[in-house]
Write a protein that binds this ligand. Structure first.
Ligand SMILES: Nc1ncnc2c1ncn2[C@@H]1O[C@H](COP(=O)(O)OP(=O)(O)O)[C@@H](O)[C@H]1O
Ligand SMILES: [Mg+2]
Length: 248
């Protein structure tokens, strides 16, 4: 048990979650807990159900059955209501608003925060984490590089002042050096008090960053544990870490 798990109440609990798209069963009874202060990752190949999990938590896809609890209370409602409860998602593929500037994208993210001073402080924090966003604050988001768009997607999610930040494949399509930069800032975000749930195909980066990890295969949990132990587990190495040539 990690220190965070010793605190009894998980921030987020997912219990026996099922989600289907017509005949396709994307989640088949998934379970997960995230404790306050943790970075938890879910690793799995393409099509395993990682984005479906994130979207089910955020109210973007319909849950067929099962429970999602946030601070012990059922997490229900539409996406915008869920954001006001303290969760926000940086989605797969960034999905920044291309015809808006960096600054406008960040301000869109702040919609659940009513306190103007708090928004100003959060904006300053995001600009400190990602100085490139400050430099490019009046640039259209659609003209940013992939790495800058990822920073913007994370920054926009942070502007909602979440207690739980959900990140869907922040490394996707980025050069290793940019991934390193971004993951360094994710660690800092966590150290400054934001709990993180991360889903990734890039198992190595995800496990290096996280405290604990879950392994998902065809919508089911196949293994969970301390991130460093998973990183050294021969089965995980063979299936997801390759021999240094392939990610999985
Ligand atoms: N909107 C959708 N309609 C139908 N099937 C979908 C949809 N989204 C995802 N799926 C299917 O659900 C499964 C899980 O997908 P997804 O959650 O995107 O996996 P991952 O994020 O791990 O790559 C896949 O078989 C995928 O093809
Ligand atoms: Mg996905």
């Amino acid at each position: 048990m990690t220190e965070a798990q010793n605190q009894k109440q998980p921030l987020l609990s997912v219990r026996d979650l099922h989600v289907s798209y017509g005949a396709i069963k994307a989640l088949r009874g998934f379970n997960l807990d995230v404790y306050p202060g943790e970075i938890v990752c879910v690793i799995g190949s393409n099509g395993a159900g990682k984005s479906t999990l994130m979207n089910a938590i955020m109210g973007n896809v319909k849950r067929q059955s099962g429970k999602i609890l946030f601070e012990g209370k059922p997490l229900e409602g539409q996406s915008f209501q869920i954001v006001t409860k303290g969760l926000s998602l940086s989605p797969e593929g960034r999905k920044v608003f291309a015809p808006l500037t960096v600054y406008e994208n960040l301000m869109m993210g702040s919609f659940p925060v009513n306190d103007k001073e708090k928004v100003k402080k959060d904006l300053e924090w995001v600009y400190t984490l990602f100085p490139r966003l400050r430099e490019r604050s009046s640039q259209y988001a659609g003209t940013l590089s992939g790495g800058e768009q990822q920073m913007l997607a994370i920054g926009r999610a942070l502007m909602a002042s979440p207690r739980l930040l959900l990140l869907d494949e922040p490394s996707l399509g980025l050069a290793p050096i940019i991934i390193k930069d971004i993951f360094k800032e994710l660690k800092r975000i966590n150290e400054e008090g934001v709990t993180i749930l991360l889903v990734e195909q890039n198992a190595r980066q995800a496990l290096l960053l996280s405290h604990r990890g879950y392994v998902m295969q065809t919508g089911q949990l196949v293994m969970e544990g301390d991130a460093k132990e998973l990183l050294h587990n021969p089965e995980i190495q063979a299936a997801y870490l390759g021999t240094g040539k392939k990610a999985h």
